[in-house]
Every structure is written in structure tokens, then in C-alpha cells.
Design a protein around this ligand. Structure first.
Ligand code: GLC
Length: 419
């Protein structure tokens, strides 16, 4: 009988396209940004060289301005919508025109710290370091125009939590008139009841067409977007990556990059306080177009634990997760909220990548039991339901795509932590 680790490696190999890995066959046939950076952690357990390559391929497709796109369309495939013709970004290898959670800095440090082949690791990090630093600089220059220390996303897909309840209210400000008629592909691969709605898709598309109309000039898009949301989870990932990159830069004698990234991280941590909600016991999103906090206690506000928030905040987050009372942790939305939907994508289901980052942050903050419970729950899900895209937090039912790449990568990570 094959072990969980064997199956995880088999899935990572099956979805490997040589220099990048697809999230799963059919539903997602290209390279996704944060999927790749987290997938590399799994690959590193059995092939160090291949793990570095995964991240390098992504950065080969970095835009001259510094942005790293959320999808790289390496090979044509009509199984996915919106494809390269809709984005029309004019890149040599076609890409989308928005970004995704910048977890690369964190992944680089983790790969580096664990490397058996240190000479190989130093050479690979040295080449990637300035590219990741350029991406971080791009964020603070284009997505934090007032220098608050926190960046905004301008499309829900950037958060990686596509249809979270967090976006419902800010999305009301995004029109749908005039969009080109389209046919969705995702609902041909997965159950439509577990995916975003048509109304949400219309708004996703309106934003894409609006940005395309501005020639994908990333210096203009933030101010021109009716959707500008400061997501605590997204910012925590950026802050953690800045701090990790600063450590790596110090190690490699890149003092200026270290100073710059440490400053981003310190300013960011201080600014995170403005997103804290005492009644919810967690952080919340801020709608930047209104300067109001969004009343939605999603997992984005728990993911904030991934960066070095104060320890009392981390302890409160651990309690909030306990209060969800779900059988499996961590629900992407609390079941106590009437908008919770146990099976619909980011409106309730559990995602292993999110579990991994929350557990990692809580452990660092000293919340060792809370981290261990998340790890155990994640592995229980795999044993009971296999390597799915996401899971019902009440029943553990596997949902979305199957034989999922980043789920497999996280399993290798969780197993190595248990040892
Ligand atoms: C979905 C997820 C996003 C992920 C992508 C590929 O769009 O919401 O976070 O990157 O699928 O797995």
C-alpha cells in the first residue's frame, strides 16, 4: 500500500510540465503564481533542483515594472476561461495582468534554510533575490499610493480567495454593464454549486476589461479601480515575505535590499493594527474606496497570523478558530455567519494552503497547540477524503478539482512537521 507521502509525490509528478506545475488537470491547465511558490516547498522534499526551477519559471515571466502575474499561459488550452485573448497583455509568453499573494520571499527562505546542497541554494537565491525585491517594491509603489504600509488588491482573484464573503460589499461598486458575452469553463469541470456565481463572474470580467482598456499600465490601475481592498491575509503574506527576504539578503551581503525589505515589514506590521477588530477577535479587510472595515470575519483575517503580529493577537486568533466549532479546521468563513456556505469555494470550505500558513504563523507566535490541531485536522482530511482542492469543514467532503498539486505539496510539508 502506498503511503500518503508516496501519493503526494505521485500527484506532484503527474502535474509537472517540466519547468512548471499545473494546479490540476482540466480545471487549471497553466501556471499559477502562489500555487507554484507553495508547490516548490513540496517538490523540495524529493527534488531540490526542480523546486528552484518552479519559482524561476514564474520569475522569468515577471513584467518589466516588477509585477509577477497571477497566471502564465505557457501552452494554449481552451479548457480555461478567461484565456490569453481576453487578457491581451501583450507579453512574450502570454500572462494575466493582475497579481497574486506574494509568497515567493517566504518560500525562498524556507527552501534555502532546508537545502542539503547549500552551494546550489546560494546560487539560486542570489539570482532570484533582486527579482523578488523588485516585486515587493512594485507593490508598495503602485498599491499603497498614500504610503500607509498596507497594499490593496484591485481584483478578488489577486487575493487568491476568489469569491470570499469579504468582497460582497465592495463588489457592489463594480458594474457589469457592457461586458463581452462569454462562456465559463470552470463549471464544466466542477460542480457549479461549489463555484462562484454568474453575478460574481460578470464583475470579475468587468474589472479585467476595464484594466485592459487602460493598456495594463500597472501604475494607473489602482486609482482607476472601483475595487480597492486592503486584505489582512494578503498583506501578512507580503510582510512575511519582506521579512524573510531581508534575512536572506543579509546572509548574502545585500545590505541595501535587506534594509529596504525590513522597513517594509516593520511599517506593515504596525499598520496591520488598523485592521484589528476586537469584537471579531481577528483582523478584517478595509474597503479603501470608503475607508471602512468590511464586516466579514473570513479566514483572510486569521491568515494575518502568518506575519509577526503581536502575541496577544495570535492568541486571540487561536481562540477564534476554536470558536468556529467545525469538525475540520480552518473554515474559510465562520459557520455562525448566515452567509457561510460549507461547499462554495472560499465561502466556508477548508483549504490546506491556508491551514499551512496559519499553522506556521501560530507556531512561531508560541501557539503550539493551536498549530498542532490545524496540522492534525489537515492530515485527517487527506486520509478521509483524498487530495482535493478544498473540503467541507463540517463533513470533510472533498470538493472542486481532484489530485490537486498544492494540496499534495502541503501534505509533504505537514508530514515533515509531524516527525
Ligand atoms: C483558484 C483559487 C486560487 C488558485 C487557483 C489555482 O482560482 O481561488 O487561489 O490560485 O484556483 O489553483
Amino acid at each position: 500500500m502506498s503511503t500518503l507521502a508516496d501519493t503526494a509525490i505521485e500527484i506532484l509528478r503527474e502535474n509537472d510540465r517540466g519547468t512548471y506545475t499545473v494546479p490540476t488537470k482540466g480545471l487549471y491547465p497553466f501556471q499559477w503564481n502562489w500555487d507554484s511558490c507553495l508547490t516548490a516547498l513540496g517538490q523540495h522534499h524529493f527534488d531540490e533542483d526542480r523546486a528552484w526551477r518552479e519559482i524561476e519559471t514564474l520569475f522569468d515571466n515577471q513584467w518589466p515594472c516588477g509585477m509577477v502575474p497571477h497566471i502564465v499561459f505557457h501552452q494554449m488550452d481552451d479548457g480555461y476561461f478567461p484565456g490569453p485573448q481576453v487578457w491581451a497583455t501583450g507579453r512574450p509568453v502570454p500572462t494575466s495582468g493582475i497579481t497574486q499573494p506574494p509568497v515567493a520571499g517566504f518560500s525562498l527562505k524556507r527552501l534555502f534554510d532546508r537545502a542539503k546542497d547549500t552551494a546550489l541554494a546560494e546560487a539560486r537565491v542570489k539570482a532570484l533575490l533582486p527579482k523578488v525585491a523588485k516585486w515587493h517594491r512594485w507593490f508598495y509603489e503602485t498599491r499603497d499610493p498614500r504610503g500607509e504600509g498596507l497594499v490593496a488588491i484591485i481584483h478578488p482573484w489577486e487575493a487568491g480567495r476568489d469569491n470570499s464573503i469579504d468582497w460582497d460589499e465592495p463588489f457592489e461598486r463594480v458594474p457589469t454593464e457592457g461586458i463581452t458575452p462569454y462562456v465559463r469553463r470552470d463549471t464544466q469541470h466542477a460542480n457549479p454549486a461549489h463555484r462562484p456565481t454568474k453575478e460574481q463572474y460578470d464583475r470579475y470580467l468587468w474589472l479585467v476589461e476595464h484594466f485592459r482598456g487602460l493598456g495594463w499600465d500597472t501604475s494607473k490601475l489602482h486609482d482607476a479601480s472601483p475595487f480597492q481592498v486592503v486584505d489582512p491575509g494578503f498583506n501578512a503574506i507580503l510582510i512575511r515575505s519582506c521579512a524573510d527576504l531581508a534575512d536572506l539578503a543579509d546572509h548574502l551581503g545585500e545590505a541595501e535590499l535587506a534594509r529596504e525589505n525590513r522597513q517594509f515589514a516593520e511599517k506593515g506590521i504596525a499598520a496591520m493594527e488598523t485592521l484589528w477588530s476586537e469584537p471579531h477577535g481577528q483582523y478584517l479587510c478595509r474597503d479603501r474606496t470608503r475607508e471602512t472595515l468590511v464586516d466579514s470575519a473570513s479566514v483572510g483575517g486569521l491568515l494575518a497570523a502568518f506575519c509577526a503580529i503581536p502575541t496577544d493577537r495570535a492568541a486571540a486568533i487561536a481562540r477564534t478558530i476554536d470558536n468556529h466549532g467545525t469538525w475540520f479546521r480552518v473554515a474559510s468563513h465562520p459557520p455562525q455567519d448566515s452567509r457561510f456556505d460549507a461547499k462554495r469555494y472560499w465561502r466556508g470550505p477548508v483549504w490546506l494552503v491556508i491551514n499551512y500558513m496559519i499553522a506556521d504563523g501560530l507556531r512561531r507566535a508560541g501557539e503550539v497547540d493551536a498549530a498542532a490541531k490545524i496540522t492534525a485536522s489537515s492530515l485527517d482530511l487527506i486520509r478521509e477524503s483524498g487530495f482535493a482542492e478544498y473540503y467541507d469543514p463540517m463533513t470533510g467532503e472533498p470538493l472542486g478539482g481532484g489530485r490537486f498539486t498544492w494540496t499534495a505539496a502541503m501534505v509533504l510539508e505537514f508530514l515533515s512537521m509531524e516527525q
